[in-house]
Design a protein around this ligand. Structure first.
Ligand code: HEC
Ligand code: HEC
Length: 402
């Protein structure tokens, strides 16, 4: 990357968008440089779970209905709320027993991690080329499960998030199904969606996943730029894009979601909770995390698996320091970090020079970082479905105690 000049880079970025339109052609030199492509207009759905309006209607109500939680106080939407970009704006999520929405939420059992957004999870696992297989879509910060259908069960089983203390893990689904079966409106909705009013786990999760796939935001100004509107990004945002590529962010944050969906050790420090407890996700042996999407970041802070950084400026500063081995997790040293982090070329005013003599001096210091942040903020599409149902079939409060 280092010996490619800026003007060539922007050419490559733009050219790559042209290549992306040509249906996965292989073997031409342009593909080697393809870094990004716009999100597609259409989502891919699993062969055994095509999306339908009826499923989405049912899935939306299930997503909002706290009936799925042990104490009927937490819904999926409690932590994945449209007013918070389908995340929750908290450092760590608060589930069972909590009250309030987002930053105002108090008293809930702490989840181990920061809630990612549900927006665009329909596209998890997508790359510039090749098929997108929703059955294999990686989920969670550690990619520990595949597909929205399989993911949806885990928050219900989780004691902190939804289940609570009173119901055993192997009982909760039977109890949830019994509750749903007792509500005629749900039986009718399952009949409409699946042709049967016999409610099963599989059908619950198919409906929720189908609804989640409807929550997309695929028309950011960056998408418009990649589709050929060169005015869609401001000058500073375009400069930020160049910096982003040039310093090496796109070594991991590439593709339509600006994620390679791989796990990497980047050295994020542990989080100290306000009460002084050190949150030791990494201490527990989890060192590598999935490259998250960089779309809609304006709505989804705080950042990282443990919500340790409040602003994008802090995140970019972290990378600048991490690439020098500074301020990283204390049990790691520079050599433990992913090679792409060690190779980040962000300068540090230390003048060690890369010897290529191009002398353009970019990438160093505040200016470059600010431009990167401006670029990150352009990856935003606010035109997503923010519907909050007025009521849910259980008669409980939509979204739980929020
Ligand atoms: C108490 C808050 C909370 C509730 C309630 C909750 N989630 Fe989450 N959700 C999280 C957290 C925290 C994570 C990240 C966990 C991890 O990576 O280990 C997450 C991750 C996810 C992901 C993965 C996204 C990705 O890109 O990897 C999906 C999808 C999701 N939740 C859907 C749901 C659904 C569906 C429900 C309801 C059945 C639900 N969540 C209920 C907090 C919550
Ligand atoms: C080695 C691959 C890699 C490189 C290179 C990389 N990142 Fe990341 N990025 C990650 C991973 C992995 C995480 C999640 C880490 C965690 O949760 O602890 C992340 C998290 C982020 C986040 C937080 C997103 C969120 O929703 O919490 C932002 C913003 C970000 N990176 C921007 C950048 C920028 C800007 C650069 C270049 C300066 C960059 N990244 C370079 C892999 C990478």
């Amino acid at each position: 990357m280092k010996n490619i000049t800026k003007s060539k880079l922007i050419g490559i970025v733009i050219t790559s968008s042209l290549f992306s339109g040509c249906g996965g052609g292989t073997g031409d030199g342009g593909n080697a440089f393809q870094l990004f492509s716009p999100l597609p207009n259409n989502i891919a759905t699993p062969i055994n779970n095509p999306s339908t309006t009826e499923k989405n209607t049912l899935g939306q109500l299930l997503f909002w209905d706290p009936i799925l939680s042990g104490n009927q106080d937490v819904a999926c939407a409690t932590c994945h709320h449209p007013a918070k970009g389908y995340a929750d704006a908290l450092i760590l999520s608060q589930g069972v027993g909590g009250m309030g929405l987002g930053e105002d939420r108090i008293g809930g059992s702490l989840a181990k991690r920061n809630a990612p957004t549900i927006l665009n999870t329909a596209f998890n696992g997508i790359h510039n080329q090749g098929p997108h297989v929703p059955e294999q879509a990686p989920m969670f910060w550690d990619n520990r499960i595949r597909s929205l259908e399989h993911q949806a069960k885990l928050p219900i089983l989780s004691q902190e998030e939804m289940r609570g203390e009173d119901i055993a893990e192997d009982q909760i689904m039977a109890i949830v199904i019994e509750r749903l079966e007792a509500i005629p409106e749900y039986k009718q909705l399952f009949l409409n969606a699946f042709g049967t009013s016999v409610i099963t786990e599989t059908l619950i999760f198919k409906a929720i996943a189908s609804f989640e796939r409807s929550l997309i935001a695929n028309n950011s100004r960056f998408d418009q730029f990649l589709k050929g509107d060169s005015n869609a990004l401001t000058a500073i945002e375009q400069e930020g894009l160049e910096e982003f590529v040039e310093v090496g962010c796109a070594e991991c944050h590439s593709g339509p979601m600006l994620s390679d969906y791989q796990l990497h050790v980047i050295g994020t420090p542990d989080l100290t909770l306000p009460n002084g407890t050190l949150l030791t996700d990494m201490g527990a042996g989890q060192l590598d995390f999935r490259t998250p999407t960089l779309r809609n970041l304006n709505l989804t802070g705080p950042y990282m698996h443990n919500g340790i950084f409040e602003t994008l400026e802090e995140v970019v500063q972290f990378y600048q320091q991490a690439s020098q081995g500074e301020n990283i997790h204390p049990s790691l040293s520079l050599q433990d970090l992913a090679p792409q982090i060690q190779q980040l070329d962000m300068g540090d005013g230390d003048g060690d020079g890369d010897g290529d003599g191009d002398g353009d001096g970019d990438g160093d210091g505040e200016g470059g970082n600010n431009a990167i942040v401006s670029f990150l903020k352009s990856l935003q599409d606010d035109q997503f479905d923010k519907t909050i149902p007025e009521s849910v079939p259980s008669g409980l409060q939509p979204g739980g105690n929020i």
